[in-house]
Design a protein around this ligand. Structure first.
Ligand code: CMC
Length: 429
C-alpha cells in the first residue's frame, strides 16, 4: 500500500508503512518505531496488536464472520468431516478424495500410544483434572519421538509429527478420562472413524460391545469443526510463542493446552455448566445472578458471555444453539439447565450493561449442554475443546515455522525501583 502512517513524537514526525490483508484489514507496521524514535507501543493483553500475518483463519468480530482458509464456518460445520477440516487447516486446500483417504489412513496408523506411557497415567491422583494430564502427556510424547525436537529438520518430518499428534491425541484424552474412573484403557479400534473411535475409547469396555450412536458422532463432529481454529487467540498465540523459540510441536501444543484450560478461555465451557447448575440449585432466580455479574464489587462473571473479538454475535454460538435444540430433540433429552440458559440469555441480552459492552453468548455458552446430552462428563468439556482446536494449533505452528518468524519477545515499560545499592543483611534493620 502506498499509504503511510505518521506518528509525531517530541516534535518529530516518523512515517510507517501501512499493511493491508486480503479481506481489507489494515495495520500500521511499527516494527522500526523503537529503532527510529526510542519509543515502544504499550498494549495490555495485546488488544490492538497484530502479532503476525496469517493465511489460515479470517474473523470479522463486528459482523460475526469466521472463515477457515476462506470457507465459511457455517458451510464446513454443515457439510464437512473434522479430519477434512483438519486437512484444510494444515494444507490450505480441501482434500481430494484420495488425499483425504490417505490422510485418514495415516491418522489410523499412528493412533496407538507407546505402551510405556501407560505407566505415567498410573501415578496421577484419581481426581486429577484431565486437562493437567493431557498437557503433561502431550509434552511427554516429545521424549518418545526425539527427531521431532528439531522443527526445521524437514517438511516431511513436521507433517509426520503433526499426524502423530492428531492420531494420538484422542487416545490420550480418552485414557485421561478412564484413569479418573479407574476403568481399563481401551485400545483404538481402527475400523472406526476419528470421532467414532474417540467415543469408543471413552465409553467402550472390554467386557461389553459398544455401539457408537450416529447422532452423538454427528454432534461431536460439528462441535470439533466449530472449535478447530480461531486465529490468534490466547492458546494459539501461546503455541506460536513457545514454537518461536524452536521448541518442538509437542511442547508447544502442551503449552497451548495449559493456556486453553483457563476459565476465561476454553475452561469457560466447564464453568458455564457449573454456573447454570448453581443458579438452578439456588432456586433459579436468574435476575439475581445477572445483577451479581454486573456488580463490580462481586468477582462473579457470566461465563459463556463476552468475547475479545466478537462484538455483535459469535457465529459459532448461533450454530451451536441450533444444534443443541436438534441434539436434545433427537436424543429425547429434556435438560432443565437448557431452560435456565435460554432465560439467562434472554434477560442478559435486554440488559443495558450487556448491550453497552456488546456482551453476547460465545461458543462456550451452549456447547456444554450438548456435551452433557451426549454423555461427556463436565471435567472433560475443555478436553473436547482441545481436541477440536488441535489442528488449528498445529496449522498456526507450521505457518510460523515455515514463515521463519523470529522468536516472540515483547518489550515492557519498567515501573519498578530505580537503581540502588545492595545493603548487607546485618545493616537492613
Ligand atoms: N460478565 C460480566 N461482565 C463482563 C463479562 C462477563 N462475562 N465479560 C466482560 N464483561 C465486562 C467487563 O467487566 C468489562 O466491564 P467494564 O468496561 O465496566 O470494566 C467489559 O465487559 C469488557 O470486558 P473485558 O474483560 O475488558 O474484555 P476482554 O476482551 O478483556 O475479555 C473475555 C473477554 C472473554 C475474557 C470476557 O468477556 C470474559 O471473561 N467472559 C467470560 C469468560 C468466557 O466466557 N470465556 C470464553 C470466551 S469464548 C472461548 C474462547 O474463544 O476462548
Amino acid at each position: 500500500m502506498s499509504e503511510k502512517a505518521q506518528i509525531i513524537l517530541d516534535g518529530k514526525t516518523y512515517e510507517f508503512p501501512v499493511y493491508e490483508g486480503s479481506e481489507g484489514e489494515k495495520a500500521i507496521d511499527i516494527s522500526k518505531l523503537r529503532d527510529q524514535s526510542g519509543y515502544v507501543t504499550l498494549d495490555f493483553g495485546y488488544k490492538n496488536t497484530g502479532a503476525t500475518t496469517s493465511a489460515i483463519t479470517f474473523l470479522d468480530g463486528e459482523q460475526g464472520i469466521l472463515h477457515y482458509r476462506g470457507y465459511p464456518i457455517e458451510q464446513l460445520a454443515e457439510k464437512a468431516s473434522f479430519l477434512e477440516v483438519s486437512y484444510l487447516l494444515l494444507y490450505g486446500e480441501l482434500p481430494k478424495a484420495k488425499e483425504l483417504n490417505d490422510f485418514e489412513n495415516q491418522i489410523r496408523y499412528h493412533s496407538l500410544v507407546h505402551e510405556d506411557m501407560k505407566h505415567f497415567f498410573e501415578f496421577f491422583p484419581s481426581n486429577a483434572h484431565p486437562m493437567g494430564i493431557l498437557s503433561a502427556m502431550v509434552n511427554s510424547l516429545s521424549t518418545f519421538y526425539p527427531k521431532s525436537q528439531d522443527p526445521h529438520r524437514s517438511a516431511n518430518d513436521r507433517m509426520r509429527t503433526a499426524v502423530r499428534l492428531i492420531a494420538k491425541f484422542p487416545t490420550l484424552a480418552a485414557i485421561s478420562y478412564k484413569n479418573g474412573l479407574g476403568h481399563p484403557y481401551m485400545y483404538p479400534d481402527n475400523k472406526l472413524g476419528y470421532v467414532e473411535n474417540f467415543l469408543y475409547m471413552m465409553y467402550g469396555l472390554p467386557t461389553e460391545p459398544y455401539k457408537v450412536d450416529p447422532v452423538v458422532a454427528d454432534a461431536l463432529n460439528k462441535l470439533l469443526i466449530l472449535h478447530a481454529d480461531h486465529e490468534q487467540n490466547c492458546s494459539a498465540s501461546t503455541v506460536r510463542m513457545v514454537g518461536s523459540s524452536q521448541a518442538n510441536l509437542y511442547s508447544a501444543v502442551s503449552a497451548g493446552i495449559a493456556a486453553l484450560w483457563g476459565p476465561l478461555h476454553g475452561g469457560a465451557n466447564q464453568e458455564v455448566i457449573e454456573m447454570l447448575e448453581t443458579i438452578r440449585n439456588d432456586g433459579g432466580d436468574i435476575q439475581k445472578w445477572v445483577n451479581k455479574a454486573k456488580d463490580k464489587e462481586d468477582p462473579f462473571r457470566l461465563f459463556g458471555f463476552g468475547h475479545r473479538v466478537y462484538k455483535n454475535f459469535d457465529p459459532r454460538a448461533r450454530i451451536i444453539k441450533k444444534s443443541c435444540d436438534d441434539v436434545l430433540k433427537k436424543m429425547g433429552v429434556n435438560d432443565p439447565v437448557l431452560d435456565i440458559a435460554k432465560q439467562l440469555e434472554e434477560i442478559a441480552l435486554k440488559d443495558d450493561y450487556f448491550i453497552e459492552r456488546k456482551l453476547y453468548p460465545n461458543v462456550d455458552f451452549y456447547s456444554g449442554i450438548i456435551y452433557r446430552a451426549i454423555g461427556i462428563p463436565t471435567r472433560m468439556f475443555t478436553v473436547m475443546f482441545a481436541l477440536g482446536r488441535l489442528p488449528g494449533w498445529i496449522a498456526q505452528w507450521k505457518e510460523m515455522v515455515e514463515n521463519k518468524e523470529p522468536i516472540g519477545r515483547p518489550r515492557q515499560i519498567y515501573t519498578g525501583a530505580t537503581k540502588r545499592d545492595y545493603v548487607a543483611l546485618k545493616d537492613r534493620g
